[in-house]
Ligand binder design. Structure first.
Ligand code: FAD
Length: 333
C-alpha cells in the first residue's frame, strides 16, 4: 500500500471500506499526491448525484482540489500517470453514460468560488470570479453591489466555469459579451490569463482554442440601481418558470440551427412532443427539452436524442447538433 491513505477521507469511512471502493490506479495516485494534497476525494460515486438530469453511472473518483497551486500539481500528476480526467461544473449541461466515468472527474466547487471587485475605470466595473462560483450566487452578489450586465443569466443553472466554456446565454445575450479575460490552465498545470479575443467564441462554445480548464474570469459590469437590477432578474426568472418543464432536464438539448426555425420549432412541427423512450420524453411544454420523467437511463435519453435527430432530418433535412455535452460514451471523455 502506498503512503496515500491521507486522501481516503470520506465521511469517516473505514480504510477497509474505502479500499473496496478504490480503483486499481488509486495507490499510485495517492503516492503521487501525498506531499501536497489537502483537497477532497470521493471514490466510486453515482454521477446521477452530480448532474441535473439525475442519470449516469459511477465515477471512479470525484476530486475537489483546494486551490489553484494544488490543482496545477494535480494536473501534472494526472498527466504523468496517464489517468483519464475531465472537469465538470454543476452538471447542468451533461449527459453521463450509464457505464460511468473512468479515472478522475474534477470539480472546482466551493474552493474556487471567490468574487472580487478588482478595478473601476470610467463607467466599467471589473469583477474577477472563480470558476466554481455558481451563476446564481454571482447574480445575487451583483444585485447587492448594484452591478448590472449579467441579468440575462438569471435562472441559468451552473457555474461560472461552465458558463464561460458553454458561452451560456439567452435571447441574443451571451457570457462572451461581458467577459474580458479568462485564466486558463492546461493539462501540464501551466496557467495564465488570456484576453477574451484569444478565444473563438461562438454559439454555445468558447471554441477549441486555447481550450483547457477555466479557473476564473473577469467581467466588465456597470453601476446601476439595485432595485432595477433585481426587477430585471425577477422578470426573467418568472418567464423561465412559466416556460420550462418541471421534470429533470439539462436545458435546451439541441443547438438552434444557424438559420431558419429553432430546434424547438422543428421538433414540435415533426410531431415529437410527448414522444418517449423508456423514462426519457420530449417535453410537452417545450420541444427542445428532453426530460427525465423519473426513471430514465442515459441510454433512454441517447436513443430519444437519435430518434429526434432522425425524424427532424427526414422531415426538414436539418441535422440537430446536441448542445448537451456527452461524457463516457466511448469518446475521449
Ligand atoms: C433548467 C435549465 C435551464 C438552462 N437554461 C440555459 C440557458 O438559458 N442558456 C444556456 O446557455 N444554458 C442553459 N442551460 C444549460 C446549462 O445550465 C449551461 O450550459 C451552464 O453554463 C453549464 O454550467 P455547468 O457548471 O453546469 O457545466 P457542466 O454542465 O458541468 O459542464 C458543461 C461543459 O463545460 C465543461 N466545464 C465545466 N466547468 C469547466 C471549467 N471550469 N473548465 C473547463 N471546462 C469546464 C464541462 O467539461 C462540460 O463540457 C440550462 C440548464 C438547465 C438544467
Amino acid at each position: 500500500m502506498g503512503a496515500g491513505a491521507r486522501v481516503w477521507q470520506e465521511g469517516g469511512m473505514s480504510e477497509e471500506v474505502c479500499r473496496a471502493r478504490m480503483p486499481a490506479w488509486a495507490d499510485v495516485f495517492n503516492d503521487e499526491m501525498i506531499d501536497f494534497w489537502s483537497g477532497e476525494v470521493l471514490w466510486d460515486q453515482e454521477m446521477a448525484r452530480f448532474t441535473t438530469y439525475g442519470v449516469g453511472g459511477r465515477a471512479e473518483a470525484i476530486i475537489f482540489p483546494s486551490g489553484i497551486k494544488e490543482l496545477a500539481q494535480l494536473l501534472k500528476g494526472i498527466k504523468r500517470l496517464n489517468i483519464p480526467c475531465r472537469v465538470i461544473g454543476s452538471g447542468s449541461n451533461l449527459l453521463v453514460a450509464d457505464q460511468g466515468l473512468p479515472g478522475i472527474t474534477l470539480i472546482l466547487g466551493k474552493n474556487f468560488a471567490a468574487i472580487e471587485l478588482i478595478d473601476e475605470v470610467a463607467d466599467k466595473v471589473y469583477v474577477k470570479v472563480e470558476a466554481g462560483c455558481s451563476l446564481g450566487r454571482l447574480l445575487n452578489w451583483c444585485q447587492d453591489q448594484g452591478l448590472s450586465g449579467l441579468e440575462f443569466a438569471a435562472g441559468i443553472p451552473g457555474t461560472v466555469g461552465g458558463a464561460l466554456v458553454m458561452n451560456a446565454g439567452v435571447a441574443g445575450w451571451e457570457i462572451s459579451q461581458v467577459v474580458t479575460s479568462i485564466t486558463v490552465m492546461d493539462e501540464n498545470g501551466d496557467y495564465g490569463v488570456k484576453d477574451v479575443a484569444e478565444f473563438h467564441y461562438r454559439y454555445r462554445s468558447w471554441g477549441d482554442q486555447p481550450g483547457g480548464l477555466a479557473v476564473e474570469g473577469v467581467f466588465a459590469l456597470q453601476r446601476d440601481d439595485k432595485t432595477a437590477i433585481k426587477e430585471r432578474c425577477q422578470a426573467l426568472l418568472a418567464k423561465r418558470k412559466a416556460r420550462q418543464p418541471k421534470e429533470a432536464n439539462c436545458g435546451s438539448f439541441f443547438q438552434n440551427p444557424a438559420q431558419g426555425k429553432t430546434a424547438g420549432q422543428l421538433i414540435e412541427e415533426a410531431g415529437l412532443k410527448g414522444v418517449a423512450v423508456g423514462g426519457a420524453m420530449v417535453s410537452r411544454e417545450h420541444a427542445n427539452f428532453l426530460v427525465n420523467t423519473g426513471a430514465a437511463t442515459a441510454q433512454d435519453l441517447l436513443m430519444l436524442m437519435q430518434l429526434v435527430q432522425n425524424k427532424v432530418k427526414e422531415r426538414f433535412g436539418v441535422f440537430l447538433e446536441p448542445e448537451v455535452k456527452m461524457l463516457g460514451f466511448g469518446d475521449k471523455s
